[in-house]
Design a protein around this ligand. Structure first.
Ligand SMILES: [Zn+2]
Length: 200
């Protein structure tokens, strides 16, 4: 019987965890986590290799530390702003209000927010249907003004819809026409009722 040799290369999954360490157990729990190979970062996030995941989970449960697991691809990268400017040329417009922005005023926003992707299967599904496997992919990065970015934060819903449609000029045109039609309708009915009231 002829056989074919199949080589399977083991690829280590890198996990990240946000671990909330209480003040009173800070040194001890950090020491325990470091001892099994978890790497701490300045932002309170830890990088953990797949084989250490169970051990870290046990420590978190033993010391009652709140934690969230997510894959490395779902963590905010340090260079996503550079990635955005590398792929997108000016002029820039806020994706949520269509205001024109000079480069220095552009705030680069994750359309599907990092915090949601870490926790929600639905948020990850929204990325997957667009073929996005990394939350910092250029297709998930949009220009935003400071005001919209502050209001949006980690929200999705209408912000996500506006962010997706906002790249098409026709969306803003249709939106303006509908708003004008609505305003005209309101004025018309206001006049109509005012006239009827005066007749009586
Ligand atoms: Zn805006």
């Amino acid at each position: 019987m002829s056989g074919r040799k199949v080589c399977i290369k083991a690829v280590n999954i890198i996990w990240k965890a946000d671990i909330y360490i209480q003040k009173n157990s800070r040194w001890f729990s950090k020491h325990k986590l470091k001892k099994i190979g978890a790497t701490p970062h300045a932002n309170g996030c830890w990088t953990i290799e797949d084989e250490e995941k169970d051990a870290v989970t046990k420590i978190c449960e033993k010391y009652r530390l709140k934690y969230t697991w997510y894959k490395k691809e779902w963590a905010r990268s340090g260079n996503y702003r550079d990635v955005f400017f590398q792929f997108y040329d000016p002029p820039y417009r806020c994706r949520y209000c269509h205001r024109r922005l000079p480069e220095r005023k552009v705030e680069v926003d994750h359309l599907v927010p990092v915090a949601k992707v870490k926790k929600s299967a639905y948020a990850r599904f929204l990325l997957r249907i667009h073929g996005i496997r990394n939350v910092n992919d250029r297709r998930n990065l949009v220009a935003s003004c400071h005001k919209c970015n502050e209001k949006k934060r980690d929200k999705m819903g209408r912000w996500y819809i506006r962010g997706r449609l906002g790249k098409y000029r026709i969306y803003w045109l249709v939106r303006d026409i509908l708003l004008l039609a609505l305003l005209a309708g309101v004025c018309y009915f206001a006049c109509f009722f005012a006239q009827n009231t005066l007749c009586f």
